[in-house]
Design a protein around this ligand. Structure first.
Ligand SMILES: N[C@@H](CCC(=O)N[C@@H](CS)C(=O)NCC(=O)O)C(=O)O
Length: 209
C-alpha cells in the first residue's frame, strides 16, 4: 500500500530526480507525492532542501511523519517497498546484486556527467581544468562500453532499477552532451534505449531545463 503525504524535492533537469520519478510512475505511486520544485547548484543551495538534507542535493523525499529520505538510491528503495507489484529492486538472489551493481554504474556515470556540467557551465572559465573533465569523461566512455556489453548479452532484461538508471543516464547524456554521439559506439544500447522510449513513464519524465 502506498504512503500518503510525501513531498519530493524536484528538478526536471536532474537525472537522479528522474530515477525517483520513474519509480513513482512504474509503481503507480505518482499521486501519492507532491512535487516541490527547486533550482540549485553547489554554489546556490536551497535552504528548504538543506533543512532536511544537509548535503543539499536533489532528490530528497519528505515523508508524512516529517522525516526526510535521501539520496536517490535510498528513496527508490523506500518507494519500491511501498507497493504490491513486482519489485523494481530484486529482493534476493544473484539478480539483486547484479542489477544493483548495474544501477550503481549508471549512478556513477551520472555523477561524472553532472560534475562535468558543473565544471564546464558553473566554474569560471579561467579556473577550469581540462584534464579533470577528461578524466570524468573517461569514466563515462568506459562505462558506456560496459553497458553496450550488457545490452548485447541481455537485451531484453526487466525494466527494473538498473534499466531505470541507464535510461536516466542516457537521457542526461543526450540532454547535456548531445555532441557525444554514444549511439554510434553503442548500437545495441541505442536499440534498447529506442525501445524503452515507448514506455509512458519514460516519455513523461524527459529531462528539461
Ligand atoms: N548520489 C546522489 C547524487 C545527487 C546529485 O548529485 N544531485 C545533484 C543534482 S543532479 C545536486 O543536487 N547537486 C547539488 C550539489 O551537489 O550541491 C543521489 O543519488 O541522489
Amino acid at each position: 500500500m502506498a504512503t500518503l503525504g510525501m513531498t519530493l524535492f524536484h528538478s526536471t533537469g536532474s537525472p537522479f530526480v528522474r530515477k525517483v520519478m520513474l519509480v513513482l510512475h512504474e509503481t503507480g505511486q505518482l499521486e501519492q507525492v507532491a512535487l516541490h520544485g527547486v533550482q540549485l547548484s553547489p554554489i546556490n543551495p536551497s535552504a528548504a532542501l538543506n533543512a532536511g538534507n544537509p548535503a543539499g542535493k536533489l532528490p530528497a523525499l519528505g515523508l508524512a511523519d516529517g522525516s526526510v529520505l535521501h539520496d536517490s538510491r535510498v528513496i527508490c528503495d523506500y518507494l519500491d517497498q511501498q507497493h504490491g507489484s513486482t519489485p523494481l529492486i530484486p529482493r534476493d538472489g544473484p539478480s539483486r546484486w547484479q542489477r544493483l551493481t548495474l544501477a550503481s554504474l549508471a549512478d556513477a556515470l551520472m555523477d561524472a556527467a553532472v560534475l562535468i556540467r558543473y565544471e564546464t557551465f558553473l566554474r569560471p572559465a579561467d579556473k577550469r581544468w581540462d584534464d579533470w573533465v577528461q578524466a570524468q569523461q573517461g569514466k563515462i566512455d568506459r562505462g558506456l562500453a560496459q553497458l553496450e556489453h550488457e545490452a548485447a548479452s541481455a537485451p531484453h532484461g526487466p525494466f527494473d532499477i538498473a534499466a531505470i538508471g541507464i535510461v536516466c543516464l542516457l537521457g542526461y547524456l543526450d540532454f547535456r552532451q548531445p555532441q557525444l554521439g554514444w549511439r554510434t559506439r553503442c548500437p545495441q544500447l541505442a536499440d534498447w534505449y529506442a525501445a524503452v522510449q515507448e514506455r509512458p513513464s519514460v516519455q513523461a519524465t524527459q529531462p528539461s531545463a
